[in-house]
Design a protein around this ligand. Structure first.
Ligand code: NAD
Length: 228
Protein backbone atom coordinates (compact mmCIF):
# COMPACT_ATOMS: atom_id res chain seq x y z
CA UNK A 1 0.00 0.00 0.00
CA UNK A 2 1.24 3.49 -0.88
CA UNK A 3 1.78 5.56 2.27
CA UNK A 4 0.19 8.99 2.69
CA UNK A 5 3.01 11.55 2.49
CA UNK A 6 2.61 14.04 5.32
CA UNK A 7 4.18 17.51 5.33
CA UNK A 8 4.58 18.75 8.91
CA UNK A 9 4.83 22.47 9.71
CA UNK A 10 6.25 23.09 13.18
CA UNK A 11 8.01 19.71 13.18
CA UNK A 12 10.46 20.59 15.99
CA UNK A 13 7.78 21.90 18.36
CA UNK A 14 6.09 19.99 21.19
CA UNK A 15 3.18 18.91 18.99
CA UNK A 16 5.39 18.37 15.93
CA UNK A 17 7.54 15.85 17.81
CA UNK A 18 4.44 14.08 19.09
CA UNK A 19 3.00 13.81 15.57
CA UNK A 20 6.29 12.32 14.29
CA UNK A 21 6.01 9.62 16.98
CA UNK A 22 2.39 8.86 16.19
CA UNK A 23 3.17 8.54 12.48
CA UNK A 24 6.12 6.23 13.23
CA UNK A 25 3.52 3.82 14.66
CA UNK A 26 1.07 4.25 11.78
CA UNK A 27 1.67 2.01 8.76
CA UNK A 28 -0.53 4.12 6.45
CA UNK A 29 1.40 7.41 6.75
CA UNK A 30 4.96 8.74 6.65
CA UNK A 31 6.47 12.11 7.60
CA UNK A 32 7.73 13.06 4.16
CA UNK A 33 8.48 16.78 4.60
CA UNK A 34 9.14 18.09 8.14
CA UNK A 35 9.28 21.91 7.97
CA UNK A 36 10.60 24.16 10.76
CA UNK A 37 10.79 27.93 11.23
CA UNK A 38 14.31 28.29 9.82
CA UNK A 39 14.02 25.84 6.92
CA UNK A 40 14.28 26.95 3.29
CA UNK A 41 11.14 26.17 1.30
CA UNK A 42 11.58 23.31 -1.21
CA UNK A 43 8.79 23.72 -3.79
CA UNK A 44 9.77 20.54 -5.66
CA UNK A 45 9.51 18.39 -2.53
CA UNK A 46 6.25 20.11 -1.53
CA UNK A 47 4.66 18.94 -4.79
CA UNK A 48 4.79 15.32 -3.58
CA UNK A 49 3.13 16.02 -0.20
CA UNK A 50 -0.38 14.44 0.05
CA UNK A 51 -1.50 16.41 3.13
CA UNK A 52 -0.06 19.13 5.35
CA UNK A 53 -0.38 19.09 9.14
CA UNK A 54 0.37 22.46 10.76
CA UNK A 55 0.94 22.98 14.49
CA UNK A 56 3.10 26.11 14.52
CA UNK A 57 2.08 29.73 15.06
CA UNK A 58 -0.58 32.08 13.64
CA UNK A 59 2.05 33.93 11.57
CA UNK A 60 2.79 30.74 9.59
CA UNK A 61 -0.77 30.26 8.36
CA UNK A 62 -0.75 32.52 5.30
CA UNK A 63 2.28 30.82 3.73
CA UNK A 64 1.07 27.34 4.66
CA UNK A 65 -2.28 27.89 2.92
CA UNK A 66 -0.82 29.72 -0.09
CA UNK A 67 1.76 27.01 -0.73
CA UNK A 68 -0.73 24.18 -0.19
CA UNK A 69 -3.21 25.80 -2.61
CA UNK A 70 -0.51 25.97 -5.31
CA UNK A 71 -0.32 22.16 -5.28
CA UNK A 72 -4.01 21.58 -4.33
CA UNK A 73 -2.88 19.81 -1.15
CA UNK A 74 -5.27 19.51 1.86
CA UNK A 75 -4.29 21.15 5.18
CA UNK A 76 -5.00 20.00 8.74
CA UNK A 77 -4.31 22.92 11.06
CA UNK A 78 -4.26 22.72 14.86
CA UNK A 79 -2.62 26.07 15.57
CA UNK A 80 -4.55 28.29 18.01
CA UNK A 81 -4.48 31.98 18.93
CA UNK A 82 -6.08 32.96 15.59
CA UNK A 83 -7.69 36.37 15.12
CA UNK A 84 -10.44 37.15 12.61
CA UNK A 85 -7.74 37.69 9.97
CA UNK A 86 -6.56 34.06 10.19
CA UNK A 87 -10.12 32.69 10.41
CA UNK A 88 -10.96 34.61 7.20
CA UNK A 89 -7.89 33.08 5.53
CA UNK A 90 -9.10 29.57 6.44
CA UNK A 91 -12.51 30.34 4.86
CA UNK A 92 -10.92 31.87 1.78
CA UNK A 93 -8.56 28.94 1.05
CA UNK A 94 -11.20 26.33 1.89
CA UNK A 95 -12.86 27.33 -1.40
CA UNK A 96 -9.81 25.93 -3.20
CA UNK A 97 -8.57 23.02 -1.04
CA UNK A 98 -9.86 20.87 1.84
CA UNK A 99 -8.94 22.66 5.11
CA UNK A 100 -9.61 21.18 8.56
CA UNK A 101 -9.04 23.49 11.52
CA UNK A 102 -9.82 22.54 15.11
CA UNK A 103 -8.66 24.24 18.26
CA UNK A 104 -8.67 20.78 19.87
CA UNK A 105 -8.01 17.62 17.87
CA UNK A 106 -9.11 15.19 20.60
CA UNK A 107 -12.14 13.02 19.83
CA UNK A 108 -13.45 13.54 23.37
CA UNK A 109 -13.66 17.30 22.90
CA UNK A 110 -15.36 16.78 19.53
CA UNK A 111 -18.06 14.79 21.35
CA UNK A 112 -18.18 17.38 24.17
CA UNK A 113 -18.91 20.13 21.62
CA UNK A 114 -21.82 18.04 20.33
CA UNK A 115 -23.07 17.35 23.88
CA UNK A 116 -23.32 21.11 24.50
CA UNK A 117 -26.32 21.19 22.16
CA UNK A 118 -28.33 19.32 24.81
CA UNK A 119 -27.90 22.27 27.21
CA UNK A 120 -30.50 24.13 25.12
CA UNK A 121 -33.08 22.33 27.32
CA UNK A 122 -31.76 24.16 30.42
CA UNK A 123 -30.83 27.45 28.78
CA UNK A 124 -32.22 29.40 31.78
CA UNK A 125 -29.34 28.02 33.98
CA UNK A 126 -26.14 30.01 34.63
CA UNK A 127 -23.08 28.76 32.72
CA UNK A 128 -19.33 29.12 33.19
CA UNK A 129 -16.40 27.57 31.31
CA UNK A 130 -13.07 27.04 33.08
CA UNK A 131 -9.80 25.81 31.56
CA UNK A 132 -6.37 24.84 32.96
CA UNK A 133 -3.16 24.54 30.90
CA UNK A 134 0.60 24.25 31.37
CA UNK A 135 2.57 27.42 32.16
CA UNK A 136 4.21 27.56 28.67
CA UNK A 137 0.94 27.98 26.80
CA UNK A 138 0.97 31.25 24.84
CA UNK A 139 -2.73 31.97 24.26
CA UNK A 140 -5.31 32.62 26.99
CA UNK A 141 -8.12 31.57 27.14
CA UNK A 142 -7.34 28.42 25.16
CA UNK A 143 -8.62 27.98 21.61
CA UNK A 144 -10.65 25.04 22.90
CA UNK A 145 -12.37 27.19 25.54
CA UNK A 146 -13.20 29.78 22.86
CA UNK A 147 -14.74 27.11 20.61
CA UNK A 148 -16.69 25.59 23.54
CA UNK A 149 -17.93 29.09 24.46
CA UNK A 150 -19.10 29.77 20.87
CA UNK A 151 -20.97 26.46 20.72
CA UNK A 152 -22.45 26.90 24.21
CA UNK A 153 -23.67 30.43 23.46
CA UNK A 154 -25.25 29.12 20.25
CA UNK A 155 -26.96 26.26 22.15
CA UNK A 156 -28.41 28.39 24.97
CA UNK A 157 -28.93 31.43 22.77
CA UNK A 158 -27.44 34.00 25.13
CA UNK A 159 -24.17 35.80 25.85
CA UNK A 160 -22.18 34.23 28.71
CA UNK A 161 -19.34 35.36 31.00
CA UNK A 162 -15.88 34.87 29.44
CA UNK A 163 -14.06 31.55 30.16
CA UNK A 164 -11.82 31.48 33.26
CA UNK A 165 -8.20 30.53 32.42
CA UNK A 166 -5.70 29.03 34.88
CA UNK A 167 -2.02 28.54 33.95
CA UNK A 168 0.33 26.27 35.87
CA UNK A 169 2.62 23.25 35.92
CA UNK A 170 2.49 20.71 33.13
CA UNK A 171 -1.28 20.34 32.67
CA UNK A 172 -1.99 19.19 29.07
CA UNK A 173 -5.50 20.64 29.08
CA UNK A 174 -8.58 20.51 31.31
CA UNK A 175 -11.91 22.04 30.25
CA UNK A 176 -15.00 22.22 32.46
CA UNK A 177 -18.46 23.49 31.68
CA UNK A 178 -20.61 24.30 34.70
CA UNK A 179 -24.39 24.54 34.31
CA UNK A 180 -25.90 25.93 37.51
CA UNK A 181 -29.39 26.51 38.87
CA UNK A 182 -30.55 27.09 42.48
CA UNK A 183 -31.15 23.36 42.87
CA UNK A 184 -28.38 21.59 40.94
CA UNK A 185 -24.97 21.84 39.28
CA UNK A 186 -24.17 19.83 36.15
CA UNK A 187 -20.47 19.66 35.16
CA UNK A 188 -19.08 18.42 31.85
CA UNK A 189 -15.33 17.84 32.11
CA UNK A 190 -12.63 16.80 29.66
CA UNK A 191 -9.00 16.12 30.60
CA UNK A 192 -6.22 15.45 28.10
CA UNK A 193 -3.92 12.89 29.73
CA UNK A 194 -1.06 13.52 27.30
CA UNK A 195 -0.23 15.37 24.08
CA UNK A 196 -0.58 12.17 22.03
CA UNK A 197 -4.35 12.55 22.06
CA UNK A 198 -4.09 15.72 19.89
CA UNK A 199 -1.46 14.16 17.62
CA UNK A 200 -3.55 11.02 17.04
CA UNK A 201 -6.62 13.14 16.27
CA UNK A 202 -4.64 15.27 13.80
CA UNK A 203 -3.27 12.21 11.97
CA UNK A 204 -6.74 10.60 11.86
CA UNK A 205 -8.06 13.91 10.47
CA UNK A 206 -5.29 13.97 7.82
CA UNK A 207 -6.11 10.43 6.65
CA UNK A 208 -9.77 11.46 6.37
CA UNK A 209 -9.12 14.86 4.74
CA UNK A 210 -7.17 13.46 1.76
CA UNK A 211 -10.48 11.92 0.60
CA UNK A 212 -12.56 15.13 0.91
CA UNK A 213 -13.47 17.88 -1.56
CA UNK A 214 -12.47 21.52 -0.94
CA UNK A 215 -14.27 22.98 2.07
CA UNK A 216 -13.75 24.04 5.68
CA UNK A 217 -13.96 21.09 8.08
CA UNK A 218 -13.60 20.50 11.83
CA UNK A 219 -12.54 17.41 13.79
CA UNK A 220 -16.24 16.72 14.58
CA UNK A 221 -16.84 16.15 10.85
CA UNK A 222 -14.42 13.19 10.94
CA UNK A 223 -16.70 11.55 13.53
CA UNK A 224 -20.17 12.77 12.59
CA UNK A 225 -19.91 13.86 8.93
CA UNK A 226 -19.88 17.42 7.61
CA UNK A 227 -22.27 19.81 9.40
CA UNK A 228 -24.78 21.43 7.02
P1 NAD B 1 5.74 24.92 20.22
O1 NAD B 1 6.09 26.35 20.46
O2 NAD B 1 6.41 23.84 21.04
O3 NAD B 1 5.98 24.53 18.68
C1 NAD B 1 5.69 25.36 17.59
C2 NAD B 1 6.74 25.07 16.52
O4 NAD B 1 6.37 25.75 15.32
C3 NAD B 1 8.16 25.58 16.91
O5 NAD B 1 9.12 24.59 16.61
C4 NAD B 1 8.33 26.81 16.00
O6 NAD B 1 9.69 27.04 15.64
C5 NAD B 1 7.51 26.39 14.78
N1 NAD B 1 7.09 27.53 13.96
C6 NAD B 1 6.60 28.73 14.38
N2 NAD B 1 6.37 29.52 13.32
C7 NAD B 1 6.70 28.81 12.22
C8 NAD B 1 6.69 29.10 10.83
N3 NAD B 1 6.30 30.30 10.39
N4 NAD B 1 7.07 28.12 9.96
C9 NAD B 1 7.49 26.92 10.41
N5 NAD B 1 7.54 26.59 11.72
C10 NAD B 1 7.15 27.53 12.61
O7 NAD B 1 4.16 24.86 20.39
P2 NAD B 1 3.21 23.56 20.52
O8 NAD B 1 2.92 23.30 21.94
O9 NAD B 1 3.75 22.47 19.66
O10 NAD B 1 1.87 24.14 19.89
C11 NAD B 1 1.82 24.62 18.57
C12 NAD B 1 0.42 25.18 18.30
O11 NAD B 1 -0.53 24.12 18.36
C13 NAD B 1 -0.05 26.22 19.33
O12 NAD B 1 -0.82 27.19 18.65
C14 NAD B 1 -0.91 25.41 20.29
O13 NAD B 1 -1.86 26.17 20.99
C15 NAD B 1 -1.55 24.46 19.31
N6 NAD B 1 -2.09 23.23 19.89
C16 NAD B 1 -3.24 22.77 19.34
C17 NAD B 1 -3.78 21.58 19.76
C18 NAD B 1 -5.02 21.06 19.06
O14 NAD B 1 -5.49 19.97 19.41
N7 NAD B 1 -5.55 21.78 18.07
C19 NAD B 1 -3.16 20.86 20.76
C20 NAD B 1 -1.97 21.33 21.32
C21 NAD B 1 -1.43 22.53 20.85
Amino acid sequence: MKKIKVGLVGSSGRMGKEIIQVIENNSRCEVFYPFGRNDKWDAKKAKSVDVWIDFSSPDALKDVLKRAAETKTPVVCGTTGFSKKEKDLLEQYAKKIPVLWSSNMSLGVAVLNEALKSLAAISHFDFQIEEIHHNRKKDKPSGTAITLQENLEKAVDKKLPAPLAIRGGGVFGVHKIYSMSDEEVLTFEHSALNRTVFAKGAVQAAEWLVKQKPGLYQIRDVLFGKQK
